[in-house]
Design a protein around this ligand. Structure first.
Ligand SMILES: Cc1ncc(COP(=O)(O)O)c(C=O)c1O
Length: 391
């Protein structure tokens, strides 16, 4: 059947907002190959350079040698194996909870957690800039989605105060926002959750491995007791793959029984689970790595700000360079490629209209040489651009 008879919804995508998959080799490494060029990679979430490290590869290969290449089924049927309980035990001690559960991905975890816990009569309070997997999880659950202004506890309280006291309520927030690199105001938010009796879920996807000596923003702030569920992913700083949730036995047991993305999906292959287990060990063995990454990030952010660039509200390893339009972002991305650097071009609908941006992921495996490469490239491109704008 041709699409003449089935018009694709939203087919007319503006040229500057059309996406295509770039042909990249060595995707998570510090240097990638793109269109025959060797480029410094500031587009990957492999923030600590763990993916591709010898220890991670060895752990993965050991797991394959022992357990094979696939789990063969959902864990509740016959896809379970002992590495899983080792990983979940490690997660419990890492996040200081009594139980943990691994999902196929971070996306599947958010979908599964929210779809299981929330229901039509439930109110889910969610930061406007929360990740798409959270938005999709709320939509799937059919709960009432109450979006509060980004990182704005006053607006959250205004909305909480309007809702019936007895209505079941959930709050979910990213702890580090994926496109802005800022942190959620957790102490204020959690005070409100206590006051209004709200179940709390945090998504530590971009904080785990880095903040709080690798354990996340909740640990950095000492707020462990205030959180009902800690969600996260192995796919970013932890250099592996798969999502997780950690919390009380009661909640995790409920999720094992009700999370459809956990129940009805083949469990992760041994290679991945073996690498994730090694990643947790690496982060605990080198708890200072995250701090070093944050210091590098702070140096780069100050430099970019001195050039007059808009780095928004970033305070972490994710640094946006916010521009007026998608075209300008694509142009800057192309010029950075010429200068030997690969950065993500983030455009609507991932970010709101008029806030298209380059997204720089600073990496802990960058040395002085790489920092100078980045600074020189930005100095050259953006001093010239501002000269052109003035002319
Ligand atoms: C905040 C946040 N949560 C969840 C996810 C999904 O994680 P995964 O990539 O493991 O599916 C992402 C990934 O981009 C994310 O940024």
């Amino acid at each position: 059947m041709s699409t003449e008879n089935f018009p694709l919804p939203g087919k007319n995508i503006a040229r500057s907002e059309k996406r295509s998959i770039p042909d990249i080799e060595h995707g998570p490494d510090l240097y990638i190959k793109f269109q025959g060029q060797r480029l410094l990679n500031l587009a990957s979430n492999n923030y600590l350079g763990l993916a591709g490290s010898e220890k991670m590869k060895e752990a993965s290969m050991r797991a394959v040698a022992q357990f094979g290449t696939s789990s063969g089924a959902s864990r509740l049927i016959s896809g379970n194996y002992s590495l899983y309980s080792a990983l979940e035990d490690a997660l419990c001690s890492f996040k200081e909870t009594s139980a943990a559960l691994v999902f196929g991905s971070g996306y599947a975890a958010n979908l599964g957690i929210l779809n299981a816990l929330a229901h039509r009569k439930c109110l889910v309070f969610s930061d406007r800039l929360n990740h798409a997997s959270i938005i999709d999880g709320i939509t799937l659950s059919r709960a009432v989605h109450v979006r509060y202004r980004h990182a704005d506890p006053e607006h959250l309280e205004y909305l909480l105060a309007q809702k019936p006291v007895q209505a079941p309520k959930i709050l979910i927030t990213d702890t580090v926002f994926s496109m802005d690199g800022d942190k959620a105001p957790l102490p204020q938010i959690l005070n409100l959750c206590r006051k209004y009796r709200v179940l709390t879920i945090v998504d530590e996807a971009h904080a785990t491995g880095i903040l709080g000596r690798g354990r996340g923003l909740v640990h950095e702030l000492g707020l462990q007791q205030e959180i009902d569920l800690h969600m996260g992913t192995f796919s970013k700083a932890l250099g592996s793959y798969g999502g997780y949730v950690a919390g009380s036995k009661e909640l995790v047991d409920f999720l094992i029984n009700r999370s459809r993305s956990f129940i009805y999906s083949t469990s992760l292959p041994p290679a991945v689970v073996g690498a994730s287990l090694e990643a947790l060990q690496q982060v605990q063995d080198h708890p200072g790595q995250g701090q070093r990454l944050l210091e590098l990030s702070s140096e780069l952010r100050s430099f970019l700000q001195e050039l007059g660039l808009d780095t928004g509200t970033s305070t972490t390893q994710i640094i946006p360079v916010i521009m007026k339009n998608s075209q300008a972002v694509l142009q800057a991305q192309a010029e950075l490629i010429q200068a030997g650097i690969f950065a993500g071009a983030i455009r609507p609908p991932t970010v709101p209209a008029d806030s298209a941006r380059l997204r720089l992921s600073v990496r802990g495996d960058m040395a002085r040489k790489e920092m100078e490469l980045v600074k020189n490239a930005f100095r050259k491109i953006f001093t010239r651009q501002s000269r052109n704008e003035q002319a």
